[in-house]
Design a protein around this ligand. Structure first.
Ligand SMILES: Cc1ncc(COP(=O)(O)O)c(C=O)c1O
Length: 378
């Protein structure tokens, strides 16, 4: 039972100030991560690069934590500055050929939409635009001719979570390159990228992974790395990168080939600590709690006469829940909630709640009460 487990609330001082239901936008840093970044800042201030091996260990640690989280090899993890850079690495790194077809989805966040739209506009490929709510048979049909399918694990607005395993089986059957934007699911749900047949996956660290902004991860299956040429060809892209005199341009044999140069060490200190914290809690427990929290919100909001953007079901629910009430301006509702220290996000006429595992059911009840009071006051 997920609610038998007591999260270490010392790690989340944000709870002293706010009801923080906004992890789908930007997460607060856990104490360990803020401390790790502080340690790095003090170290760099007092010692320069004297402890450089410790810095590199922080960067390598992010790879290790991701491999624990999604079941990939450490050599299959590249560090990227955000999800968009991860997506662009795949989009620009593949050698598009006449007749190539991409399967993409119209409800996507712009990051996983524009890149494929651009290829379509440049006539580099044809895009079959589907809906994330389409039945699997329709995806299967579109994949018959396709080279690549790109989808988000969890939709940023409705919170609809797709069945990565089932889509992976479709991609495998048709020999389709399978790309996943994982930013709204990674850090909440368990995932085995090998079992799902995912070829590449990208996510930034600042949402459900609880990391600092602007430092993320890109997983690329070893088996497809030679199909994706590094678009940012830099000094650490090559095999002999530590030998500055070498002019040998043979690529590295791991996903480090997608990193053109110096990594974000400060970000790595924070992200490693956050991912380690989550891995230690375990994704089964995290997802159980997150779903329990959003279920509680759902029943409370429905009792207030609010409408949810999509019906939630056990297999498709997530940490995101968007709602509104007829006749109420959602941006005003968001502002009224903020005044009551409840952090949400106003999105396209909806108010979006996104609680993480360390919150309590009683706090969901308090948030619902704040919604009720806000509705009465605006
Ligand atoms: C599904 C999805 N993809 C990507 C992003 C953001 O991408 P980036 O990490 O490039 O800022 C978001 C942000 O809300 C998102 O919800």
């Amino acid at each position: 039972m997920s609610f038998d487990f007591t999260p270490d609330r010392q790690q989340f001082p944000v709870c002293e100030n706010l009801f923080y239901l906004n992890h789908a936008a930007v997460a607060p840093l856990p104490r360990v991560s803020a401390d790790a970044m502080q340690w790095y800042a003090d170290d760099a201030m007092s010692w320069g690069s004297f402890h450089y091996p410790d810095w590199m260990a922080a960067c390598e640690g992010v790879r290790t934590e991701l491999s624990r989280m999604i079941g990939c090899g450490v050599g299959e993890v590249a560090m990227v500055k955000n999800t968009s850079e991860g997506i662009a690495t795949i989009q620009m790194g593949l050698d598009w050929r006449p007749g190539d077809v991409v399967v993409a989805f119209k409800e996507e966040f712009p990051a996983n939409y524009y890149c494929w739209k651009l290829l379509e506009e440049r006539k580099a490929c044809t895009v079959r635009w589907l809906s994330i709510y389409d039945p699997l048979e329709k995806i299967d049909e579109a994949c018959r001719e396709a080279r690549l399918l790109a989808i988000s694990w969890v939709n940023y607005l409705s919170g609809f979570r797709v069945d990565l395993q089932a889509i992976g089986e479709v991609c495998k059957r048709h020999g389709v390159f399978y790309f996943v934007d994982a930013i709204q699911g990674l850090g909440v749900f368990p995932l085995d990228v090998k079992a799902c047949g995912i070829h590449a996956l990208a996510a930034d660290g600042h949402k459900w992974l609880l990391g600092p902004e602007g430092w993320g991860v890109l997983y690329v299956d070893q088996a497809v790395q030679d199909q994706i040429f590094p678009v940012e060809f830099g000094w650490t892209t090559v095999k002999n990168w530590a030998d500055y005199a070498s002019r040998e341009m043979t690529l590295r044999t791991d996903a480090g080939r997608y990193e053109p140069g110096t990594l974000n060490v400060s970000g790595s200190f924070g992200l490693r600590a956050s991912m380690k914290l989550l891995n230690e809690v375990g994704m089964e427990r995290v997802s159980g709690r997150v779903l329990g929290l959003t279920d509680r919100l759902e029943s409370g909001l429905r009792a207030l006469g609010c409408e949810l953007m999509v019906e939630r079901a056990p297999g498709t629910g997530s940490g995101i829940l968007s709602f509104r009430r007829e006749g109420v301006d959602s941006s005003k509702l968001h502002a009224a909630l903020k005044a009551r220290r409840v952090m949400s996000a106003p999105r396209q006429g909806w108010v979006r709640f996104s609680p993480h595992f360390y919150l309590e059911l009683t706090e969901m009840d308090a948030a619902v009460e704040a919604v009720r009071d806000s509705l009465n006051s605006i």
